[in-house]
Design a protein around this ligand. Structure first.
Ligand SMILES: [Zn+2]
Length: 422
């Protein structure tokens, strides 16, 4: 199969909207997964992934027990680097941001496929991340999201090796930092802005539920930290002074009444509030953190503008109510995850669906917020595929991972990336 790399110039045009991104990516030819499945080396790799699953689970447990709180992924990153080296990847390194990279060279540099799973969890420093096993089920914070993704990546690397799979294109495996929460995709942003700038032809993230899911639509979000400030004073002695906490309360009340479309699904949430000095003080500072999401950029911008207007109106209302002192507000953008989608007709989405089908599954297109958000915004063909197994109660202390048939996850990734890399 002949492969035509998409030149940076063409990609520039696609980004500028001068060239349809789907038309541009069609310059790559990929091989049907059903055809790739007949390759004995690929079949051997699929068998290896299934056979090695018990060891994949052991790696998953080992990695999970290395805490990786937001902005604290370094120890887990060092272990992943060691695993990449052990499995014989080339050019194994940690970039400036903290992402771990390792390359499996093909016969030629392109197409260059990046496979990623995220190192970080949502859990703060000090969370008990030891794994409790109950039959086929593993219990621990982070065990599914996304420690399973990391273990699955290691399973894929090992299986490709044991199957002696030779690809035309080159595959780089990446453990990313900062996917969750206020990490704000800092790892994947660094990959595309710096570490592998203009060098990625296909991006496949392993994150999320069933291996039959093909996530091609990125739910975008904005997150704000809003700080209300005032002079502060005694609750009795200074009564009559403007109150930042009251301004905050007015804002929450207005936000709670906002209307959003159900299609495209658009959401908002005041996630945390805080501040104040004591029960008998008029606060000098109060704050809140707000998250809003939609896969539709226009709807996301509408709710953002309404929320910002509600905050300013509330400050005005508080100052007008008391007329003594002044509440001011700082609205800081602390999260910006882009919305968008990879064309369902594009080769990467078609191939991801065909790969699920070739392995006997029924593919579904899905929506979510993952490392793929960023390449999707840049117009780089990207999907996020499921992990295999069943993750439950993600982002909670009760998180669990049912390992039943979990080998289907790595098998799916193997077939997808060997099809893209033919
Ligand atoms: Zn995740």
């Amino acid at each position: 199969m002949r492969l035509l790399p998409l030149s940076p110039a063409l990609r520039g045009l696609a980004l500028a909207g001068l060239l349809n991104a789907a038309a541009a990516v069609q310059l790559f030819a990929v091989t049907e997964p059903a055809v790739v499945l007949r390759d004995p080396t690929v079949r051997a790799a699929l068998d290896a992934a299934k056979r090695n699953e018990p060891e994949t689970v052991e790696l998953q447990i080992m990695l999970n027990e290395i805490p990786a709180p937001p902005f604290g992924e370094a120890v887990r990153a060092a272990e992943l680097k060691r695993q990449f080296e052990r499995l014989g990847l080339k050019d194994v390194r940690i970039d400036k941001e903290g992402n771990v990279l390792g390359t499996r060279p093909g016969e030629q540099p392109t197409p260059h496929i990046v496979v990623a799973a995220h190192l970080d969890t949502v859990f703060p420093e000090g969370t008990d991340v030891r794994v409790r096993r109950e039959g086929a089920v593993l219990h621990a914070p982070g065990i599914a999201d996304d420690t399973r993704g990391l273990a699955e990546m290691l399973s894929v690397i090992r299986a490709l090796d044991e199957g002696k799979v030779v690809t035309k294109g080159t595959i780089t495996f990446v453990g990313t930092v900062g996917e969750e929460g206020l990490g704000d995709l800092r790892g994947v942003k660094a990959i595309f802005n710096e570490t592998l700038k203009d060098q990625v032809d296909f991006f496949v993230a392993i994150d999320g539920g069933s291996p039959t899911s093909v996530l091609n639509t990125a739910v975008g979000s904005y997150r704000y930290r809003v700080t209300f400030k005032g002079p502060g004073g005694h609750s009795y002695g200074a009564f009559g002074l403007v109150n930042p906490t009251h301004a905050l309360g007015r804002a929450v009340g207005k936000i709670a009444d906002l209307q959003v479309p159900t299609d495209p699904k658009t959401t908002f949430n005041v996630g945390r509030i805080g501040g104040g000095t004591s029960v008998n003080s008029i606060a000098f500072e109060s704050w809140m953190e707000i998250d809003m999401r939609s896969h539709d950029v226009a709807s996301l911008n509408v709710i953002r503008d309404q929320i910002i207007a509600a905050i300013h109106d509330s400050v005005k209302a508080e100052n007008a109510r008391w007329k003594r002192g002044e509440v001011t507000v700082d609205i800081d953008l602390v999260g910006d995850r882009p919305a968008g989608s990879t064309d369902p007709e594009s080769p990467i989405v078609k191939t991801a669906q065909a790969s699920v089908r070739a392995l006997g599954g029924l593919p579904t297109l899905s929506t979510g917020s993952t490392d793929s958000n960023y390449p999707i915004r840049l117009g780089v063909p990207a999907v996020t595929v499921g992990r295999g197994g069943i993750g439950r109660n993600n982002h909670s202390l009760d998180e669990s991972f049912d390992t039943t048939d979990a080998w289907k996850g790595p098998q799916n990734v193997i077939l997808l990336i060997t099809s893209l890399a033919r």
